[in-house]
Design a protein around this ligand. Structure first.
Ligand code: ZN
Length: 495
């Protein structure tokens, strides 16, 4: 009997705290007090500020951001867990892009590269000859083999999802791909596509920036390493339609591709666990430190700061690191700030194949992308419903943590396989899930400032960021303390 009273008292305190929606700091989880809004605020204004110039991969700005993250991780008390006892895992990306000295002319009239003429996929382009004008893609009664074909852009079929935030970008990407494939199948030497008004808008907004920047290829992991010999697919400004249709129209082009290696870097740190056996296993917290760089000015601002995307998660992981150092869990915590997410999940695709701890030792991946915007009462958890869910045990822990601590209304609509944005496939948890590791993604979802110059720190809801940080931390804590390791659902994986 003597032992029952304290237990009852403890339980009463515990549930009382939750029922009143207070944080039972001393009860669960123990490092909560180390997560501070003031730290989140200070860090996100530093990393999400103009001085990092948008942290674009393939520039020194991403490397500077990575160095900032490593230094902050060290200050938080986290230990290096990258290559050779450092905080870093460097890898080289194969960069292919058009040289700045390329030339392109129609009927002897020179077009300006990246203003009048674009090449979406860098390809060695050397053309000199007559133009065969096609009235439509269906107009293939003429033998196109070896011809320089010109045609007006045709809308892709089907059209992109109407509400997509990147609709124009998807429109031009799909149209270029479909038209290029059709002409390649007819054996054309090159295709020149006259942009329509939607494509012109996409080129102006972001597509042109990406085309100019060229390719970022992860050699040996995915994508063919050499696309330089592909049939050239060229997009020209709408105003050149008449020139290309003129009798005896000719095109001359010399657009060489330059190819080189450039480093990106994952930043990796850890906090060791306390259990002599379980400390050899890791809860992996995941985010990305890169964003979109400097590009087209809007109202005088040309820096895409990505404060929400994804400085928010970068600084949340530092806060979780401080909490973990103050109160280590049984299992160890691993923090991976990936590079080059915006260029195609490149850092995470590499790390999932070349982890700096044993792959089998990674118990779960808690990834997050954009956690500082929208209603403070709701949030999304991707990978929580079928067919994306790969660990019911992990989802249950995330839901338990939310129920006990953060009380978000959990939005699963974006996790639906039929959701047209395909959000589940667009962040760094994906390569881990594909490698059979239990994985989730936290997000406060899209907003109008997504991938614009307005994604700035002053638009972050620090209270929301704080709650999302707590949710990730609390889930990780449950994963760390659980006697049984969270498992992968075999059935869920197969679907
Ligand atoms: Zn992101």
């Amino acid at each position: 009997m003597k032992r029952i009273l304290p237990v009852l008292l403890f339980a009463a305190l515990y549930f009382n705290a939750f029922s009143q929606n207070k944080k039972p700091v001393s009860v669960f989880p123990p490092g909560l007090a180390s997560i501070k809004e003031t730290d989140l605020h200070k860090d996100i204004f530093e990393l999400g500020g103009d001085s990092f110039r948008g942290r674009r991969s393939g520039t020194v700005d991403e490397l500077r951001a990575a160095a900032w993250v490593a230094q902050k991780a060290q200050e938080a008390g986290l230990k290096p867990a990258g290559d050779d006892g450092t905080y870093f895992q460097f890898l080289n990306l194969r960069r292919n892009r058009l040289g700045d000295n390329g030339t392109f002319s129609i009927n002897g009239k020179n077009l300006l590269l990246w203003k009048d003429v674009y090449e979406p996929t860098p390809s060695e382009t050397h053309l000199d000859g007559p133009v065969t004008w096609l009235r439509s893609l269906a107009d293939t009664v003429i033998d196109l083999k070896g011809k320089i074909v010109a045609i007006k852009m045709e809308a892709p079929k089907p059209l992109p999802f109407a509400a997509s935030k990147l609709w124009n970008f998807r429109y031009i990407s799909l149209a270029v791909r479909q038209m290029g494939t059709a002409m390649r199948n007819h054996g054309a030497a090159a295709i020149i596509i006259v942009a329509d008004s939607i494509a012109m808008d996409a080129l102006d907004r972001a597509a042109g920036h990406n085309y100019k920047d060229g390719q970022y290829l992860l050699e040996g992991v995915s994508r063919p390493a050499n696309t330089l010999r592909l049939m050239p697919v060229i997009v020209v400004n709408t105003v050149y339609a008449a020139d290309l249709q003129a009798p005896n129209a000719t095109v001359r082009a010399n657009m060489p591709v330059i190819t080189y290696l450039y480093p990106i870097v994952n930043v990796i740190a850890k906090a060791s666990g306390t259990d002599p056996v379980l400390k050899n296993e890791f809860v992996l917290f995941s985010g990305h430190h890169d964003h979109d760089g400097v590009w087209r000015p809007i109202k005088g601002d040309s820096t895409y700061n990505g404060a929400d995307d994804n400085a928010s998660v970068t600084v949340a992981m530092l806060a979780i690191g401080r909490a973990w150092v103050s109160h280590p869990g049984k299992r160890s915590a691993l923090f991976v700030w990936h590079g080059a997410e915006e260029r195609g999940l490149l850092g995470s695709r590499y790390y999932a194949v070349h982890p700096t701890v044993k792959k089998e030792a990674i118990v779960a991946v808690l990834n997050a992308d954009m956690i500082g915007r929208n209603s403070i009462d709701s949030a999304a958890l991707l990978g929580s419903i079928l067919p994306h869910r790969n660990s019911t045990a992990l989802v249950n822990m995330a839901m338990q943590a939310n129920k006990m601590l953060t009380h978000f209304v959990v939005d699963t609509t974006w996790d639906n396989a039929k959701h047209p944005e395909g959000w589940y496939f667009r962040s760094d948890h994906l390569p881990y899930a594909q490698a059979g590791i239990p994985a989730l993604m936290y997000s406060s979802l899209l907003h109008d400032d997504y991938h614009t110059v307005l994604d700035n720190p002053d638009r972050i809801d620090i209270g929301k960021l704080f709650k999302m940080t707590e949710w990730m931390y609390a889930t990780g804590w449950l994963v760390s303390q659980s006697a049984q390791r969270v498992g992968v659902d075999i059935a869920g994986n197969k679907q």
